[in-house]
Design a protein around this ligand. Structure first.
Ligand code: EPU
Length: 420
């Protein structure tokens, strides 16, 4: 398993190009299954998760190639069945259920199960499918949704922790080829949901209100091929911005969308980090001493759970007490004990982490547990003195395009150590 060797203490400087969004790309890739015509998707990040989604599309019968950030897909004839071996590797693959149900009126998919950050149920996805007229059966670890036809309906998708991102995407995709009008209440407002709606509408769907809590879908009989460019990755943008702040650096993020990052940029400014926007460029630099801040993760437009771990690494450097409360995923604190190995002082109290910041971090071997926790460890390693070895970086490769190369271009001393 590959690892990163980081010699910390170098302030990041220069310009970094932001890649297309992983979490926008995955459902958009799934949406190409809704038509038999060719689709072309640009700015598709080259990640192990998107490559894996290419394999899933192929296994369902589509032709799909990903080259230099452009994906070409044609799903002339597809089957409605995805087996355990495919789905278990990537929880996000659940977003093929909506398109399969919409197009074939039948989807049989292995239940994805939980993951390190939480239980990750799909009850809300299934509630949505049932409201559209599908019969749901769970048997032998598989969920099967079948419908004679998809009928427009009103469906409330709010759950224990608020709306569901991929649940909203799934219901939107199934209803796009339904009969009549579907209204999703308490829909997820994330920019990735909006990007999916833009793509679906360019395929001929009639979707209004995406980006707000009420989405209206007027079902159409058929969708056609379309071309689309994926939005920039707001989580990658936030990760690099935080890395610049943590290293007392000064970097420019090119091709970013500041309007998707208001909550993060606001907290960075509160922590004494300067953020200047110039069109699609964002300049981020440390003003002086970091200040502690309190952060609570919330559905969009609140502070994203996908940036909680990285923010914790930064706040470990801010003298004083910061309280970070995680409201979306119950066990998303796996990075706490690894950050402690680098010298951070953090205590967990229920859904909150109390960060006693300002301790000097020093390099050590650490273990990555999930994608964003890994990014937090890289940030801490960049800020620490000495050498940090981040093991199991296959997690990072799932969601960050060439993170080591991009950091090196900003002056970081980071090396990938390949192990056979
Ligand atoms: N939930 C339910 N029932 C459901 C679905 C979700 O109770 O049927 C709960 C979850 O347990 C959680 C909350 O609702 O407490 C939100 O989960 P959501 O469904 O929104 O998560 P997701 O759609 O499965 C996407 C991203 C995650 C990101 C979350 C939250 C993709 C591929 N994944 O997951 O991204 O953390 O939204 O913003 O889009 C990552 O990129 O590192 C990542 C984990």
């Amino acid at each position: 398993m590959d690892s990163f060797l980081i010699r910390g203490g170098v302030p990041l400087r220069g310009t970094v190009e932001i890649s297309g969004s992983k979490n926008a790309a995955l459902p958009i890739m799934a949406a190409t299954l809704l038509t038999s015509e060719p689709c072309v998707i640009h700015r598709l990040p080259d990640l192990s998760d998107t490559r894996f989604m290419v394999q899933i599309l192929q296994s369902l019968g589509a032709s799909a190639t990903l080259e230099k950030g452009t994906l070409r897909v044609q799903a002339r004839r597809i089957k409605g069945y995805a087996d355990y071996e495919l789905v278990r590797k990537m929880r996000g693959s659940i977003c093929i259920a909506g398109p399969l149900l919409g197009r074939l009126k039948r989807a049989r998919i292995s239940l994805p199960g939980g993951c390190i950050i939480g239980a990750r149920p799909i009850n809300l996805h299934l509630k949505g499918f049932a409201a559209l007229g599908a019969a749901i059966r769970i048997e032998g670890g598989y969920v099967e949704a079948t419908a004679r036809k998809i009928k427009g309906a009103s469906v409330f998708l709010g759950g224990r922790a608020g709306p569901t991102v991929l649940g909203t995407a799934n219901v939107m995709m199934a209803a796009a080829l339904g009969e009549g009008i579907t209204v999703i209440e308490s829909a997820a407002c994330e920019p990735e949901v909006m990007d999916l709606a833009v793509f679906l509408n360019s395929m001929g769907a009639r979707i209004e209100g995406a980006g707000s809590p009420t989405i209206t879908i007027h079902g159409v009989r058929q969708l056609h091929g379309a071309e689309h460019e994926v939005i920039p990755d707001r989580i990658e943008t936030a990760t690099f911005a935080i890395a610049a702040a943590a290293t007392s650096g000064d970097i420019t993020l090119r091709g970013a969308r500041a309007e998707h990052l208001r909550a993060v940029l606001d907290k960075l400014q509160e922590a004494n980090v300067a953020v200047d926007r110039n069109g699609s460029e964002l300049r981020v630099r440390r003003r002086g001493r970091l200040k502690p801040v309190d952060v609570t993760t919330l559905p969009y437009s609140g502070f994203p759970t996908d940036v909680q771990a990285q923010m914790m690494a930064l706040l470990a450097l801010a003298p004083g007490i910061s309280i970070i409360t995680e409201r979306i995923f119950e066990s998303r604190f796996m990075h706490v004990s690894e950050l402690a190995r680098l010298g951070a002082e953090i205590e967990i109290e229920g859904p909150s982490a109390i960060v006693k910041g300002g301790k000097k971090l020093s390099g050590a071997p650490v273990m990555a547990s999930d994608l964003r926790a890994s990014a937090a460890l890289v940030i801490a390693g960049l800020a620490a003195s000495g050498v940090t070895q981040v093991n199991r970086i296959y997690h990072l490769d799932r969601g960050y395009e060439q993170m080591d190369r991009k950091l090196r271009d900003l002056g970081a001393r980071i090396q990938r150590v390949e192990e056979s």
